[in-house]
Design a protein around this ligand. Structure first.
Ligand code: FAD
Ligand code: 2HG
Ligand code: ZN
Length: 536
């Protein structure tokens, strides 16, 4: 067994001894949360309208246009500070998505404060055939949370109260507009933890998380929201409040209707309340950063992690050298990166348990074995909270670093692990063959990263601008590739506008027909988030 090199002067990262060992660094953390769409109104105003960029989209003529009478009605049920009407600068952050790829033309944002207000608003819109888009934190990555045309935006920003928490069972009941990070901070004080975590935690809301069935960084440990959500309160298009805010772990009484809303992306109703099972906050958490030579090594490391860390393994994330280049170019300029040498692949391994001594020993032994078997080339372990955050912020900063490199085409896919990175390589070949890939060319970086533990790859293609010839080179080719390799075209981000017409690559005709029937029953006028999810 190799020894550990533990340097104490500046509390460096604990570096696992290899031939490449150099002194640990104190890398400055840069918080890379999902900052909302840029506040620079002039820049935002330059973004093309979705309806003009994607000309195949036609406004549904069955929908009414907003009138003065409608506005007067909204003004009766909501106070003036809960409405934004025809103020272009104020409307922009709600009309533009996080990627600055989609831009709607909504004239009105309504920000109800109660479920009853949501019910009155939506019932009225349904009666008048006014289309609506539910919006949470607007961090979605498939164009689902912003309007395509002039749909009314119903924002949950003002539905932000924690309703109850039971420290015995761990069940948390809250409004849908609560920000994920705020909920996690609240739970930390009670010794509990949210069962999901995303890089966008500082902006995304629990209602948006439920509506997208968000996966994220703790999925490997705590599983899907389909398992963790205990109950929901949702408002249907006809104004009915579907009250199912149960806090029971077991309840086999009829159809489990809440499941329909988890991942329905605002197409069936507006989620106004969420009841969720939260686990105890782990007492001992460690994180390691590992450098590796190949994606085969990444897979071998994952197999070993499951074998050797087993019950304490809580995250296993990977990224490639391109991601590190973007992080260094755009997010941590001037700071030193924790691993000084460059590697083709990197893995973040987190362990969470209740016994620090036991967990430390297990993790270090696992890392030593990786190095000894030459599965890994280098590895470090965070020694304090700052270093812990540093390693995580590198991983969480990748989407933002990709965005800083240009306009990003994002593909969020799941498939058998052995093919996961081949997709990135094949895309690089495709752009190289087309003469479009290189530092000063149309596409400047093609980056692969994601949640190895969940078989979920994020492919980010950063380009000078969103251009039809780039899209045409990727789609539908990429969806055919995914289908051929038995993957899903959307692992965790949903379908939104971006993937609506490609659903057939991952779901059979009979499944899509069933989805359409459900939509027809719940939302016969089709006012809920039209043009998204399932296209006709
Ligand atoms: P929005 O973007 O506002 O809306 C998303 C969709 O949900 C829209 O279709 C909208 O109509 C609908 N919706 C929102 N609120 C409601 C509601 N109350 N009722 C009904 N429908 C509603 N996603 C992951 O899964 N895993 C990740 O690791 C991850 N990391 C991210 C990191 C960054 C930096 C960014 C920018 C995004 C990331 N995302 C990730 C994507 C995004 O954060 C998630 O999809 C998140 O769940 C969206 O929540 P939101 O509140 O921002 O929803
Ligand atoms: C992540 O895992 C998110 O960081 C975002 O799901 C991925 O931006 C992306 O493509
Ligand atoms: Zn992700």
């Amino acid at each position: 067994m190799k020894n550990l090199l533990i340097l104490t002067e500046r509390i460096p990262f604990r570096r696992i001894l290899t031939k490449n060992v150099k002194v640990g660094t104190n890398f400055k953390t840069q918080r890379c949360l999902a900052s909302l769409v840029q506040k620079d109104a002039r820049k935002n105003a330059e973004i093309d309208f979705t309806a003009e960029k994607y000309t195949h989209l036609q406004r549904n003529p069955n929908f009414s246009e907003l009138t003065q009478e409608d506005i007067s009605f909204f003004q009766k049920i909501l106070p003036s500070n809960c409405l934004i009407i025809d103020k272009q600068d104020d409307l922009l952050p709600y009309n533009i998505d996080w990627m600055r790829k989609y831009r709607g033309k909504s004239r009105l944002v309504a920000k109800p404060q109660t479920t009853e207000q949501v019910s009155r608003l939506i019932e009225y819109c349904n009666g008048r055939k006014l289309a609506v888009v539910p919006q949470g934190g607007n961090t979605g990555l498939v164009g689902g949370g912003v309007p395509v045309f002039d749909e009314i935006i119903i924002s949950t920003n003002n539905l932000n109260k924690i309703r109850s928490f039971d420290p015995l069972s761990g069940s948390l009941v809250c409004d849908s507009g609560c920000i994920l990070e705020n909920l996690d901070n609240y739970l930390a004080e009670q010794g509990y933890v949210m069962p999901l975590d995303l890089g966008a935690k500082g902006s995304c809301q629990i209602g948006g998380n439920v509506a997208t069935n968000a996966g994220g960084l703790r999925f490997l440990r705590y599983g899907s929201l389909h398992g963790n959500v205990l109950g929901l309160e949702a408002v249907l298009p006809d104004g009915t409040i579907l009250d199912n805010l149960a806090t029971l772990r077991k309840d086999n009484t009829g159809y489990d209707l809440k499941q329909l809303f988890i991942g329905s992306e605002g197409t069936l109703g507006i989620v106004t309340g969420v009841s969720i099972q939260t686990p105890r906050r782990p007492k001992a958490v460690n994180v390691a950063l590992v450098g590796l030579s190949s994606f085969e090594n990444v897979q071998d490391a994952f197999i070993k992690a499951k074998e050797e860390l087993s019950e304490i393994l809580s995250a296993f994330e990977f990224w490639d050298a391109s991601a590190v280049k973007l992080i260094k170019d755009h997010l941590v300029q001037g700071s030193r990166f924790p691993l000084e040498d460059n590697y083709p692949f990197y893995v973040l391994v987190e362990s969470s348990g209740s016994n620090k001594v036991h967990d430390d020993e297990k993790l270090l032994c696992f890392l030593e074995n990786l190095l000894e078997k030459d599965i890994a080339k280098n590895a470090i372990v965070a020694q304090d909270e700052t270093q812990f955050r540093t390693i995580w912020s590198i991983r969480e900063g990748i989407p933002e670093a990709c965005s800083k490199a240009g306009s990003v085409y994002k593909y969020d896919v799941s498939m058998p692990l052995e093919f996961l990175y081949k997709m990135v390589e094949d895309v690089r070949c495709r752009f190289t063959d087309a003469g479009l890939y290189g530092e000063d060319l149309a596409v400047n970086s093609i980056t692969g990263y994601g949640h190895v533990g969940d078989g979920n790859l994020h492919l980010n293609i950063s380009a000078k601008s969103y251009a039809p010839e780039i899209t045409a080179l990727i789609e539908p080719w990429i969806y055919e590739w995914i289908e051929k390799h038995k993957g899903s075209i959307s692992a965790e981000h949903g379908l939104g506008l971006m993937k609506a017409k490609y659903l057939g690559f991952s779901k059979s005709k009979s499944m899509i027909d069933m989805m359409k029937k459900i939509k027809q029953i719940v939302d016969p006028n089709g006012i809920m988030n039209p043009y998204k999810f399932i296209s006709d």
